[in-house]
Design a protein around this ligand. Structure first.
Ligand code: TXA
Ligand code: MG
Length: 341
């Protein structure tokens, strides 16, 4: 456990990060903060090291990982082609919460890409992540540092809760910022395809590259996702989660669940915190006036229902626009693929 919370770039900070990086170069897995969520990193060129990530998380082997780099120069070692559209996007959004998919090179360990001929790459925008990647000197494959199926970790404590005893260590850089995973965009196609909505919105992408296609599975339930990881249930609290359009309806559902003897939770925002007095666990998640604050707090909020033992959870919904699209995507997955009632 290496604590570099309130990272200042001090000699002491850098020494701790070097220690963690050394383990990565030795083939171990180490969790570290990024601006989106905590990642679980291993040397992306070392097949045995990468396999350890899958074991630690209990991750299905057909779900490929994102490779993290500190420097643009590292890209040529990983990918065989850098389309012009990708150049534009990297210039605009890297470092930042945008993952791009390229045709891959041989050097990438096969497990990283789960047998696909493409590789996902991103340059995180977090001082600790960047320092760690620089110190390791190798590209680092890293999925979110949660147990498979659980909400992604936004604090070192979440990582510890899920993975203690299963990994070499955790670099603690405090709370992450964006709170939701990066946007995943395939730019190996003529028109780029959005596979996962995230920190960078479709509108922001289109402002740079013109048209962006959206994986049809994001718009309709009966399509298979083009990105393997998107087919799995995710982010789920232990209790059953329902998304509910009408706030009045939530009040009725809470009352009914109480009659049924259930421990009831409600996911709302600061604005709604006083509305659901009958519920056992009310978690306010950010403010409706600022969807970024909802994104930042979402996973921590979902984990709170487990802490307080909620058996059934009703959640308010958010507008399907801007960051709201990524928020609703995660909530729908957490609800087991159910669209709002
Ligand atoms: O913000 C993030 O992206 C975080 C931090 C740690 O960087 N990482 C993260 O990784 O969310 P993970 O493993 O939880 O999600 C990776 C996603 C999956 O949905 C996977 O299917 C997709 O990226 N992916 C990876 N490689 C791919 C490829 N070659 N083709 C299509 N999708 C790919
Ligand atoms: Mg994940």
């Amino acid at each position: 456990y290496w604590s570099v919370d309130n990272f200042s770039g001090s000699e002491e900070n850098l020494q701790l990060i070097k220690e963690a990086a050394l383990w990565i170069t030795k083939g171990e897995v180490v969790a570290f903060p990024t601006e989106t969520v905590y990642g679980l990193g291993a040397n992306a060129l070392d097949e045995r090291a990468v396999k350890r990530i899958f074991e630690a998380k209990g991750r299905p082997s057909d779900n490929p990982l994102i490779v993290h780099i500190a420097d643009i120069d590292q890209l040529s070692e990983l990918v065989s082609e850098i389309p012009e559209i990708a150049q534009l996007l990297m210039k605009q959004f890297w470092p930042g919460p945008l993952t791009l998919i390229f045709k891959k090179k041989e050097a990438v360990a096969p497990s990283v890409t789960a047998g696909l001929d493409t590789v996902a790459v991103r340059m995180p925008d977090h001082p600790v992540a960047r320092e760690l990647l620089r110190a390791a000197g190798v590209p680092v494959a890293a999925p979110s540092a949660n147990l498979s199926g659980k909400p992604s970790p936004t604090t070192a404590g979440h990582v510890f809760h899920d993975l203690k005893g299963r990994i070499k260590g955790i670099v603690d850089g405090g709370k992450t910022g964006v709170g939701l995973e990066s946007t995943v965009l395939d730019c190996s196609k003529d028109v780029p395809v959005l596979y996962r909505p995230g920190g960078v919105t479709k509108e922001e992408l289109e402002a740079v590259v013109g048209k962006v296609n959206v994986d049809p599975s994001l718009l309709s339930d009966d399509q298979t996702p083009l990105s393997p990881g998107m087919k799995y249930t995710h982010y789920s609290p232990a209790g059953t989660l329902y998304l509910v359009q009408e706030k009045e309806r939530i009040l009725e559902l809470v009352a009914q669940a109480k009659v049924d003897g259930k421990r009831v939770g409600v996911l709302t925002t600061e604005e709604g915190a006083c509305r659901y007095k009958e519920a056992d666990v009310v978690v306010p998640c950010g403010s409706r006036t600022d969807l970024a604050s909802v994104a930042t707090a979402l996973y921590e909020s979902l984990r709170k229902f487990d802490e307080y033992g909620a058996e059934v959870i009703f959640s308010e919904v958010f507008p399907y626009e801007g960051l709201g699209i990524a928020i609703m995507n995660r909530l729908e997955k957490a609800a087991g693929g159910q669209t709002p009632l």
